[in-house]
Design a protein around this ligand. Structure first.
Ligand SMILES: Nc1ncnc2c1ncn2[C@@H]1O[C@H](COP(=O)(O)OP(=O)(O)OP(=O)(O)O)[C@@H](O)[C@H]1O
Ligand SMILES: [Mg+2]
Length: 248
């Protein structure tokens, strides 16, 4: 469904992506992991053409994202639910209005239908109590769950989520990962989740891709990765200070 082929992207003297290859099949959830600054967020942005590569190809359903006419790109973006790392809610609107926004903007649903959908989605993420609150009145975990509800309310086919659980307490992390898992099953989503939540993220994905020094150095099932003898992977998965990876 998503095929990234030989992608290169340089900023100034820094070659951030140097030949990335990654395949995500329909219905598959992939965890994208790698050191801070390795280019995970940047890679995700390429998929919806928020960034254009220096060279290489991004295909979605066999269509080249960078060759698409504008209309087709818009259609693609409407199938994709993406939440970027600091993707915040609208501060001046309530949780309800934030979640209703994509439906009001992109569909012709009536307010009654919208209310039904929004309340269902908020119920799924456990936020019905917070429906009339403003973002400033929510905790970090509630904000993330509201962002998740806003993304899922339009029933996207593909989700791209950049660190949906970073900075949250372990119980909230697990509850959000559970939400992903059930949304994945319920909606048959295809998705890429950027995460530092190792090993928790391994429980809900079919594949883990590790980005390191501009390339995908491992593309494995979580089981294989967990017991990989490759020093880079072992060091990363287990968070060892000693090993081939040097922090700069
Ligand atoms: N628009 C830009 N202009 C210049 N440099 C950029 C730009 N976007 C990304 N970079 C650089 O690309 C590198 C990768 O950034 P990216 O945000 O993708 O890292 P990341 O893997 O998501 O890190 P983290 O885990 O900390 O979020 C960084 O060195 C960053 O400074
Ligand atoms: Mg990032």
């Amino acid at each position: 469904m998503i095929s990234i082929q030989n992608l290169y992207k340089t900023y100034g003297k820094q070659e951030v992506l140097s030949g990335v290859n990654l395949e995500v099949k329909a219905g598959e959830f992939v965890a994208l992991v790698g050191l801070s600054g390795s280019g995970k967020s940047l890679l995700l942005r390429h998929i919806v053409r928020l960034v254009k590569p220096d060279s290489g190809t991004v295909l979605v359903d066999g269509r080249d994202v960078n060759q698409m006419p504008h209309k087709e790109l818009e259609a693609l973006r409407s199938r994709v639910g993406y939440v970027f790392q600091n993707g915040a809610l609208f501060d001046s609107e309530t949780v309800y209005d934030n979640v209703a926004f994509p439906l009001r903007e992109k569909t012709r649903m009536s307010e009654t239908e919208i209310r039904k959908r929004v309340m269902t989605e908020l119920d799924l993420v456990g936020l019905t109590e917070a429906v009339d609150k403003f973002p400033a009145q929510l905790s970090g975990g509630m904000l993330k769950r509201a962002a998740l509800a806003r993304t899922l309310v339009r029933a996207p086919e593909i989700i791209l989520f950049d660190e949906p659980t970073t900075g949250l307490d372990p119980m909230v992390v697990n509850s959000i990962l559970n939400l992903f898992d059930s949304a994945h099953r319920r909606l048959n989503l295809t998705g890429i989740l950027v995460s530092h939540e190792i090993p928790e993220i391994f429980g809900i994905v079919q594949k883990v891709a590790m980005l390191h020094e501009g390339k995908i150095v491992a593309e494995e099932t979580p089981e294989t990765l967990r017991t990989s003898p490759a020093p880079i992977i072992d060091q990363f998965v287990n968070g060892n200070i000693e090993g081939p990876i040097r922090l700069r």
